[in-house]
Write a new protein. Structure first.
Length: 89
């Protein structure tokens, strides 16, 4: 009997060009395609969860002001610069 919880297997379809870029990206990072896709899914889920939290906060407290959004942008850019990560588009 297998130990732990085995990872679920899925089958997906994608455009050939996306597949090529995916394989290249995974190879460039030295990870498997499965690991790369898992990380991408984790990132996208974190973004969705963060946006839902912002929406809930704004529903209770009102929308962020232009000045608050500008300050948030500055902080994110500073954090990205410190971590060596590229800026979001």
């Amino acid at each position: 009997m297998p130990r732990g919880a085995p990872s679920p297997k899925i089958s997906i379809s994608m455009a050939p060009g996306v597949h090529t870029r995916l394989v290249e990206a995974a190879e460039a990072e030295g990870v498997t395609v499965s690991a790369w896709i898992t990380r991408a899914a984790e990132d996208r889920l974190a973004i969705s969860e963060g946006l839902a939290l912002v929406e809930a906060w704004e529903a209770e407290h009102g929308a962020f002001t232009v000045d608050e959004m500008a300050l948030a942008d500055e902080r994110v850019r500073a954090d990205l610069a410190l971590s060596g990560t590229s800026e979001p588009s």
